[in-house]
Write a protein that binds this ligand. Structure first.
Ligand code: LRH
Ligand code: MN
Ligand code: MN
Length: 388
């Protein structure tokens, strides 16, 4: 197996975007638990996200969700982010919290509702121009609850037409990223339920339309790394929304539920040329921290991704190729497992220290005094995220 030193340089290529909504209050449909010191506006969310980067060096950008993160002056928010040492990243659209969208948005039967949803996306692209963002990420809550409720074919066609108009406004250096989800909020069918549908829609739009894979959006026991392989092979794996799940779209800390799955995904990302400077697959978190502290929750998350990336980089590719070619099933599997079982944490602590970062980012944040400061300074926290 390669020594850690031989892969350490590749870790510099890692960037994991943080979701602004991870820092606001969130919860389930049963209860939103407020936490003292939560951000009251998008500026404070960006400041909190910057703490994660400050202590880990892993998360140089923050994704915004519109309208949750609507501000009067995006230039000001951009300057604020830069003054905190981060940049503004993906702009996520939101057509799922308005009464008009009860029966859908881009796939809705009513041309007025579709117009409103398209205009929202055009506004998001205007915002991207101001924030300097590359990606417009579209996740649609569109779907139906009952067989016969609507014509699935007609919905697909209307959605395609609407996506075409949005894609037409995407700039030369920007991308439209279409996320899929198997179910929820619609329970009979979703209009973009799987990677195949997202791929089909993107392929017919053009080269700058790519797929977002949210790790929590599949049926149990789906082989997610196979999807990663296929989308990279087709040149359409635009981005990840990382999180982990035990049951459905749990949005728990990435790598918490199934570290081995995260490892297998990262092995395919590296194998397929999606990692770091090899490609342009964006790594993002899509998580909520309902019961744990949010900033440490995000720190733990990016460290989990980094640990599994290091392990995946440690796979002895030459030996693996040889074992696979020889049909040596047990040797091939053993080579993969050797990398998975390697504890890279001490080496990563040294790697960080060598860069002037804290060897233990969790401890460094805990002793930084930042939490006490925001608890004292921020009163009347905004309900950011799902409750908004
Ligand atoms: C939908 C989703 C999508 C949204 C986010 C808040 O379940 O994963 O990415 O933008 O949650
Ligand atoms: Mn998501
Ligand atoms: Mn989700």
């Amino acid at each position: 197996m390669p020594q850690f030193d031989t892969i350490a340089g590749r870790l510099d290529e890692q960037a994991i975007e943080l979701p602004s909504w991870a820092f606001g209050n969130s919860g389930t449909r049963f209860r939103v638990f407020g936490q003292p010191g939560v951000p009251r506006d998008p500026f404070e969310k960006v400041s909190d996200a910057a703490q994660v980067h400050r202590h880990t060096g892993l998360s140089p950008s923050v994704a915004l969700h519109i309208p949750w993160d609507k501000v009067d002056d995006y230039g000001k928010l951009r300057a604020h982010a830069e003054s905190e040492g981060v940049s503004l990243g993906t702009i996520n659209s939101n057509t799922f919290q308005d009464d008009d969208y009860k029966l859908g948005s881009l796939a809705h039967r009513d041309a007025r509702v579709r117009r409103k949803a398209i205009d929202h996306h055009l506004e998001c692209i205007d915002i991207m121009d101001e924030t300097g963002s590359r990606d417009l990420k579209i996740w649609l809550a569109d779907g139906t609850n009952y067989p016969g409720q609507d014509d699935m074919r007609g919905r697909q066609d209307r959605m395609h037409e609407a996506l075409q108009e949005i894609y037409g406004r995407i700039g030369e250096h920007q991308r439209l990223v279409l996320e899929y989800k198997i179910f929820e909020p619609a329970f009979y069918h979703m209009d973009v339920p799987d990677w195949g549908t997202s791929y089909a829609q993107c392929a017919s739009l053009g080269e700058r339309a790519v797929v977002c894979l949210d790790t929590g959006h599949h049926a149990p026991s789906t082989n997610i790394e196979f999807i990663v392989m296929q989308l990279l092979r087709l040149g359409r794996l635009g981005s990840f929304d990382f999180n982990s799940r035990f049951y459905a779209d749990d949005d728990l800390i990435v790598g918490a539920a199934d570290p081995f799955q995260l490892f297998r995904i990262l092995v395919e990302v590296i194998r397929g040329g999606g990692y770091g400077n090899d490609g342009d697959t964006a790594f993002m978190l899509d998580q909520c921290h309902n019961i744990e502290d949010k900033i440490p929750g995000q720190i733990r998350s990016v460290l989990n991704v980094q640990e599994m990336t290091a392990r995946a980089l440690l796979v002895d590719r030459d030996a693996l190729d040889k074992a696979q070619a020889a049909g040596d099933v047990l040797a091939a599997n053993g080579i993969l497992m050797d990398a998975f079982y390697t504890d890279v944490r001490p080496a990563l602590a040294e790697w960080r220290a060598a860069k002037g970062l804290p060897a233990d980012p969790m401890a460094a944040f805990a002793s930084s005094g930042y939490k006490d400061r925001i608890v004292a300074e921020r009163t009347g926290g905004a309900q950011a995220g799902w409750g908004a």
